[in-house]
Design a protein around this ligand. Structure first.
Ligand code: RET
Length: 251
């Protein structure tokens, strides 16, 4: 970590290298998804474009984080007395670049899924609104120095519960009506997404929230989750769409 603002608790060169590796993977997947779009007629490429957009934005966010940019030192309460990292008080670097990525990419991930399920537009919009609330409350909470941060975490988790309800009940019903590959793809990708998304508030609680794990551990936790949520989820979705045409979904 040679550039950027310095905090008492910040990523080491290992964390930085890991962020750059994820950056490269996101970039490669963006090219792959754009390349795969050519296997479809021009009118049937929406899901390739959305998914490539998701990994493209993540590629840039990971470039910033690998460079120790897109972060700000925040005064942290150290919940472990005698912690081996620092004394009883100090700052931790908070990567707000993560949230700028998520505020763009998580609505696109939901759009991928809700369009596959044939959910009506008003339901799509209200679900995307809940998603924006979830990410922004997470960001505000992460930048908060006091215990009030957990209030923001609670609002964000309530928004995630609403999203989970929409996917598990509402969207599932619409996907079942469509049947065939749309239903199969929605079921696989939808269950995968719900499982992964509930791990994010846990990562937050251990990192920005409770300051329990080192920023290098945070890099690995969020990094593995992001690889599963973007490139792996995206590949499953795009492969699921091989035999689905946009007209079947009313797009
Ligand atoms: C926060 C903290 C506030 C409470 C909740 C959160 C959930 C975040 C999620 C993020 C998903 C990100 C993805 C990124 C893809 O690369 C903001 C951590 C509930 C679910 C899928």
């Amino acid at each position: 970590s040679v550039v950027g603002q310095h905090a008492n608790l910040e990523i080491t060169n290992h964390g930085s290298n890991w962020y750059y590796a994820v950056c490269a993977l996101m970039g490669a997947c963006t090219l792959l998804f754009m390349g795969l779009s050519f296997t479809k007629p021009q009118g049937d490429r929406l899901f390739h474009y959305i998914t490539a957009g998701i990994t493209g934005v993540a590629c840039i966010a990971y470039y910033a984080m690998g460079s120790n940019l897109g972060q700000v030192p925040i005064q942290a309460e150290f919940i472990r007395p005698g912690s081996r990292w620092v004394g009883s008080a100090g700052t931790r670097e908070i990567f707000y670049a993560r949230y700028l990525d998520w505020v763009v990419t998580t609505p696109l991930l939901l759009l991928d899924l809700l369009l596959t399920a044939g959910v009506p537009t008003p339901t799509i919009l209200v679900t995307l609104l809940a998603d924006e609330i979830m990410i922004i409350t997470g960001l505000i909470g992460a930048l908060t120095q006091t215990r009030f941060k957990w209030g923001f975490w609670a609002f964000g988790t309530a928004a995630l519960l609403f999203i989970a309800y929409e996917l598990l009940f509402d969207a599932r019903r619409h996907a079942s009506t469509l049947g065939g590959d749309a239903k199969k793809t929605f079921m696989l990708c939808g269950n995968f997404l719900i499982f992964l998304w509930f791990l994010y508030p846990i990562a937050w609680g251990l990192s920005e929230g409770g300051n329990v794990i080192h920023p290098d551990g945070e890099a690995i936790f969020y990094g593995v989750l992001d690889i599963l949520s973007k490139p792996v989820f995206g590949l499953l979705l795009i492969l699921g769409h091989r035999k689905i045409s946009s007209s079947q979904l009313g797009l």
